[in-house]
Each structure stands twice: as C-alpha cells, then as structure tokens.
Design a protein around this ligand. Structure first.
Ligand code: ATP
Length: 795
C-alpha cells in the first residue's frame, strides 16, 4: 500500500514532468508564432513589391489579378496559422498552471491493464504524440469521472458502450504547477472540493464548474439525443452553469460540424450576458450568440410601434394595482400568454383562408390605383388550398403588373413635366448617367429635345413609383395591424371558439383596451409576440435554419406563444430550456399556462426529455433551509451542506430607520470582505429611492437599471426582477414587509430575491413582515441587531 505522502510526491513528480513538457511546447509554439508573425508583417509590407501590377491588356490584368490573389491567400493562410497557434498557446498556459483536476483508474472488462486517465480543460499528448497525458473533460471516457464512484462503471462512445471497473477516483487542486490538495473520493464528486469552490467570495463573473460537475448536471451537458431537453431546477441548482458547460461540450463533440455562431442563448437581460460571458473563453471555446427575446421583438417591431418591454409590463403589474383597468389588463396578460390564445389565433389564421383578410389600397399621389376591395377580391379569387403567404405572393405579382401599366400611363401626365422642370442639376446628371448606363442613348449629352423629355419623364416616373413597387414586393399592401386588431372587434373572437373553450370573463373589456392601445400606435408586451406570430404566419415565417442549438435560460418566464414562435423560427434547432417554475416572476405567470407543458406540447414525447435538479449549490445550508419554506414543495430542495450564518430579520418603525440599518449592515459586510453585495428592492422606482437615500453614506454604490449592460463587482441597488439568474455574496432585502410581498403572485418574486444570496441574507421591514415568512421560517433566522425584542414578540 502506497502511503499518502508518497502518493502526493509521486503525483507532484508527474505534474512537474507535465509542466516541463508544456513549457517545451510553449517555447516551440512561441517560436512558430513569432515566425508566422514576422512572415505576416513581411507579406503585408512587401505586398505590392511581390505583385507585378500590369493592366495594359486583358492577359496582363488577369495575371496581375492572379498574383494578387496568391499573395492574399498566402497572407490569410499565415494569419490562420497564427490565430490557431495563439489559441493553442492560451490553452497551454492555462494547463501549465493547472494541468488537471481529476484522475480515474479504469480497467476495461476483459482487459488486463488499468488505464490512468487524468482530466483537464483540454487534452495533451506526450512528445511522441502517442499517449494522452491529459484527457479533455469532454472526451467520452471522462464521463466516468462525473458519473460513477469506484466500482463497476461504463461509458458511451460513438462505437458503443464500454464497461469495466473504476478502481480509483482522485481529485486535485493544482495551482502554479503545485498540488495544493489531493484526495480520493467515494461517491461522485467529493464534497471537499465543492465546499472550497462554493465557499469563495464571488466576483462579477460566472465560473466554469468543470472540476465539480455533478452526475445529474452531466446528463444535461452530454445529452445528444433529445430534440427538446427541459430542465426544471431549484434556485441555485446549476442550470445556467450546466447550460454553458453544455455549449462547450457540444462544440467539442461536434468539432468541424458545429460552430459557436450556430448556437444561440436566450438570456433574461443584457446584464446577464456580461455575467456569463467569460465561461466559454475560460474553457478555450468561443462564445455562442447571446440575445434576449425582447431584443428580437425590438428589432422586428421597434420602428412601427411604441413597444413595451417585459420589465415595463412587470413594473405595471407590481406597482399599477390602483390604476383604472388594472384587473382587466392583468387578465389579458394571463390569457394572451396561454396556449388557449395560441389555439384561438391559429383558428383565426385558418379562417382568413376564406375571408376577413384586410388590405390597404395602393395609393399614388392621392389616387387609389388599386382599391383595398379589389386586392381582397384578387386574393380570394385564388385557390383556397394555396397557403396565405403563397397567395399573397401571387397577388403581389398581379399588383406589380397593374403598377407597370399605371406607370406607362403616367409618362404623359402634366405632373411629370412639372417635376422635370424642377429637377436640379445633380438629379438631371444622375438621370442622364443612369439612362446612359442602360444604353438608352450613346451621345455625350441630350441633344434632342423630345428625346431628352422622354428620357427624363421615364426617370421621374420610375423614381416616383419606386417606393410603391418596393412596398408591393414586401407585401406591404396587407393591413397586418388591421388583421390583428380585427380579432378584438365585436364578437370576432367568440365565433372562433372550439367546443369546450371559453374566452376570459372580461373579454369585452380586454378587447376594447387592446384595440385602443393599438390605435394609439402602442404595442403592449403581451400583444407583441402574438402580433408577430400573426405577421409571420401571414407573410411566411422568416426562419433561421443555420442555428442548430437554442438554449433558453429562465425559460419559466416565456409564454406559450413565445415558445411556439421560437419553434417556428428555428425549425432545425435542438432546444434546451432551463428554468424554475418557482421563480416565474412575469406578470403572466399567475395562472397562465406558459410553463413547460406548453413547450413540451410542441414536440413529440419520444424526442423530449425532462431532467429535474433538486440540489441547490449557491446558498449556504441555513439560507436554503429558510428559502425552502417560502414556496410550496420547498422541502424537496436539498441544500448542499455548506455552513454559514442564519438569515437575519431586522424590523424597524419607519423607512428611514430601515435604510439606516441597511447602511450599517453594508458597512459590516464590506468590512468582512464581501465583494458583491446587493440591496434588492421590489421595483425600479423603489430602487431609485433607496439608492438616493444610501449613496451619500455608501461609497461606490451603484444602481442597476434595465439598460445596465455590465455586471460589476461592488455594492449595488437592484430591482427584484433584474436580479434573476445572478448571485451575490450578500443580499439585503430592502423591504420584506407585507406592503411589498403579500399577494400570492408576489410569492415567487420574493423567493427569487432571497435565493440570490450565496453567503449572507438579511431582511428588513418597516412594519409587519410579509406573510410568506412563516413562523417556521422565522425560527430559522436571527433577529437583526437592535430589534430582538420586536421579533420575539411577533414569533
Ligand atoms: N457542480 C457545481 N460545482 C461547483 N459549483 C456549482 C456547481 N453547480 C452549480 N454551482 C454553483 O452554484 C451557483 C448557482 O449556479 P447557477 O447560477 O448555474 O444556478 P441556476 O440553477 O441557474 O440558478 P437560478 O435559477 O437561481 O438562477 C453558481 O455559483 C455555480 O457556480
């Protein structure tokens, strides 16, 4: 039996040997990149000297072109080599500091020898290029490390399943080429390393979890089969982490077939993008495309409407309770998010095949060239089996013919002469050149008056008809807003109901509200996706077939409509949706069926997999124990066993006193070395107020707004809904009273806010505590500094 310190020194010897080998590779590569760089500079400097430029005749010109092309190719080849070498160098430098984090000893069934497999963020072969000194954590065999304790084990390869016996599983922490810790572990990935990783202070960047991926997370990361993978996971269970590791895995597994720009991550807000931006580069991979659904809506509808965003809608839901029409709008938000509304719209679109499509007349200089009713007639005279978009294309063709006829007739009209008179010199010249290019005449100038007039008339008419022509080609003669608005007209929706279906009780009021808003050029957030869906179904979906993987983070906040939309937009993509129904904070969430069922109903059951994560890693055990009491079914959440302080409850008599207590607490937290501290307020308006009150006392305090793009270290004031998905060393819930969180719809928001804390959670209230903090929950907390008696009195 090898003694522990002997093991340590043997392992250290190996690490030292590998670092030496890495150093050798680095030196070699550095020389190579230096050479490539020198060559690149040379080629750029001497580009024109090495090219014989001669344009005297066609043959010489062709030769010149060929020689330029050759030089340019040489240059881009050198650039590519340089880029590749640079990437390898970066990886090697990372490996040099920490070559690997794990080792497994595996004996294949029927085999005699045992393979020692060391796992790192990239693979490295020995000098002879024969054996692997380090295996990439994504290699098939590496799966064993994440999936099994010592004992019988198996892993999948493209050639089939390999079975055998795992003899040893060892974890390392290596820094600067030195082993800092080393331990053998029984069950999956040992707690020691996780304790260490999770106990650290956070900074403003999410980290890769490659050394401590848990078995159930590994299933998400390596899933290749499912068309739809749904992950329901408790707060802090590593959904986002697993999603990013999954991207890194897919890029490795399908190297050469899949590139980073064929993967899209939908994230909740722009700040979140900056929070996760370093994970993939840290793993030596390029970042996938990142966007938010709102960005897309804005891109499509932002010019035509005053478009409301999800956060404005949420602010309204949270703060607009006393506004007239509030209950109607809230009911509208829920209904318009539902699969029932998708079905209603699908039936509406179906009904448009035989009637009801709305058109806009083609108007030229105030004259209606083709009336809306004529277009309608044209449309409905076409065979009904032809799809709506194809029928519109046929109508467009006919309209273009009509336009041409009208254009020809316009040539002799008096307004044309008038416009010719008014042509400035520049336009005149432009007309002349444009027509000459078209070889309508060969002379150097207009020398014949009639010819000049005819040519200019043609120019003027063509220019004036251009916008109309473009509009027809873009199917701009369809009154899309009118088609959508019509659904909210008298009785339109009720005639579309299928048996057993009903409209919401307040439908008439909802319809009036919707129509009024549309008439004012406003697009409510709840209408934006349904409207765009109608537009796309009518004009033909603008699909994106290049994208192969779509990952939707915080998927619980998407509506049935948004899922249906994404499904059509990325028809060839596999979808990974990650979310937590307990954190559904959007206004539609309270009753709408936007949850995962709506998404799953879009895919066949055989191609769908659902994974549930119940272990929570972010927060200390005392915090998880407290937050689990806030939601029904919370007892199923398993805290990772990390000790820490109990949450505190500080009760004060008025707002200013609460703010003073918050400021005291922030100072103490800063002094204790916490790097990210958040004061979380319910709304944006409240955040502004608290920020103003605290900024004089807390140096470097910043306010996070909807448009904040960067997530930075320090102390921040942030509205509840923007704190989604991110985490802080310490969280201060600015107002946990029943004035802020009392409605059932606010329960999940409160849960989301409290679960942002990694190490410390402090709640404040000027007044009565939120009813979500039960007697049982209070027993799990400590009273805040000056308020012990108050709390005890309440308990
Ligand atoms: N296997 C792991 N090893 C180390 N750290 C982990 C692991 N899984 C999760 N974590 C850590 O737990 C924290 C929460 O992870 P993450 O943000 O991915 O969770 P989430 O499920 O997306 O959370 P939420 O839904 O609350 O936003 C992060 O700090 C992450 O690094």
């Amino acid at each position: 039996m090898v003694k522990p310190d002997e093991q340590w020194s043997r392992e250290q010897e190996r690490v030292t040997g590998i670092v030496r080998e890495i150093d050798r590779r680095i030196d070699k590569l550095e020389d190579q990149t230096l050479d490539a760089k020198g060559e690149m500079i040379d080629i750029r400097k001497n580009f024109w000297e090495d090219v014989t430029v001669n344009f005297e005749d066609a043959a010489e010109a062709a030769e010149t072109y060929a020689s330029m092309k050759q030089q340019a190719e040489l240059l881009s080849e050198r650039e590519r080599t340089h880029r590749e070498a640079d990437k390898q160098l970066k990886t090697l430098r990372k490996l040099k500091s920490s070559p690997y984090f794990g080792r497994i000893d595996f004996t294949e069934a029927g085999g005699e020898s045992t393979d020692l497999i060391y796992l790192g963020i990239a693979s490295l072969r020995d000098a002879k290029d024969e054996d692997y000194l380090i295996y990439d954590w994504r290699a098939p065999v590496s799966s064993l490390y994440y999936d099994y304790p010592p004992g019988p084990a198996e892993y999948e390869t493209p050639m089939g399943t390999i079975q055998g016996e795992l003899q040893l599983k060892r974890q390392f922490v290596i820094r600067g080429g030195e082993i800092v810790s080393l331990f053998d572990t029984g069950v999956t990935i040992g707690d020691e390393l996780l304790q260490e990783v999770l106990g650290k202070q956070s900074d403003a960047q999410m980290k890769s979890i490659v050394a401590t991926i848990q078995r159930e997370q590994n299933r998400i990361i390596r899933n290749e089969r499912s068309r739809l993978l749904v992950v329901q996971g408790a707060a802090g269970s590593g959904k986002t982490s697993a999603a990013l590791q999954r991207v890194a895995y897919l890029l490795y597994r399908f190297r050469g077939q899949l590139t980073a720009d064929q993967i899209v991550l939908f994230s909740p807000n722009p700040m979140f993008n900056s929070y996760v931006a370093t994970v993939l580069p840290e793993l030596g991979e390029e970042n996938m495309q990142q966007t938010t659904f709102q960005d897309y809506l804005h891109f499509r509808l932002g010019r035509a409407f005053r478009l409301e965003g999800p956060y404005e809608q949420l602010e309204y839901a949270l703060a607009g309770v006393d506004e007239p029409g509030y209950t109607v709008r809230m009911e509208a938000i829920r209904y318009k998010a539902s699969a029932a509304f998708v079905r209603l719209i699908d039936r509406y679109l179906d009904s448009l095949r035989s009637g009801g499509m709305r058109f806009k007349p083609l108007v030229f200089r105030g004259e209606s060239i083709v009336k809306a009713t004529d277009i309608e007639e044209m449309f409905y005279s076409l065979d009904r089996s032809i799809s709506l978009p194809n029928r519109l294309k046929l109508v467009a063709e006919r309209l273009l013919v009509r336009l041409k006829e009208r254009e020809a007739a316009a040539l002799d009209e008096p307004w044309v002469d008038e416009e010719i008179e008014l042509l400035d010199k520049e336009t005149y010249l432009k007309a002349y050149q444009s027509l000459r290019r078209k070889k309508r005449f060969a002379a150097d100038s207009f020398d014949d008056f009639d010819m000049e007039k005819a040519v200019l008339a043609e120019y003027v008419v063509r220019e004036r008809f251009k916008p109309l022509r473009a509009r027809i080609k873009k199917l701009g003669f369809v009154d899309l807003k009118g088609v959508f608005r019509q659904l909210f007209g008298n009785g339109a929706a009720s005639s579309l109901l299928a048996e057993g279906e009903a409209l919401p009780g307040e439908w008439d009021a909802i319809a009036d509200q919707t129509a009024a808003r549309l008439d004012q050029g406003e697009m409510a957030y709840e209408d934006a996706t349904p409207f765009l869906y109608v537009v796309e179904r009518i004009r033909g979906f603008q699909t994106n077939t290049g994208v192969r993987h779509v990952l939707i983070d915080e998927a619980q906040d998407y509506t049935a409509f948004q899922f249906a939309f994404l499904r059509r937009m990325f028809p060839r993509a596999k979808v990974t949706a990650l979310g937590d129904l307990n954190q559904s904070i959007n206004a539609h969430a309270t009753g709408g069926d936007g949850g995962f069922d709506a998404l799953e109903s879009l895919y066949d059951t055989e191609e769908t997999e659902r994974i549930v994560l119940t272990r929570s890693y972010r927060s200390t055990r005392p915090i998880v124990e407290f937050t689990s009491t806030l939601i029904p079914g919370g007892e199923a959440i398993e805290p990772f066993n990390r000790d820490g302080l109990k949450p505190t409850l500080t009760e004060t008599s008025h707002e200013a006193a609460a703010q003073a207590a918050i400021a005291d607490r922030i100072e103490a937290l800063q002094a204790a070395g916490h790097r990210t501290i958040a004061v979380i307020c319910k709304t944006a308006a409240r955040s502004e107020r608290v920020f103003e009150a605290l900024r004089g006392r807390i140096a470097g305090l910043s306010l996070i707004r909807q448009e904040t793009n960067e997530f930075e270290e320090g102390t921040v004031v942030i509205p509840s809904y923007l704190s989604k998905g991110v985490e802080f060393d310490a969280v201060l819930v600015e107002d946990a009273s029943d004035a802020a969180y009392a409605l059932e719809s606010e329960r999940r928001l409160f849960y989301t806010v409290c679960t942002r804390a990694m190490h410390e959670l402090h709640l404040f209230a000027a007044g009565v505590w939120s009813p979500f903090i039960s007697r049982q929950a209070r027993a799990l907390c400590e009273p805040g500094p000056a308020t012990a008696t108050n709390i005890e009195a309440q308990v």
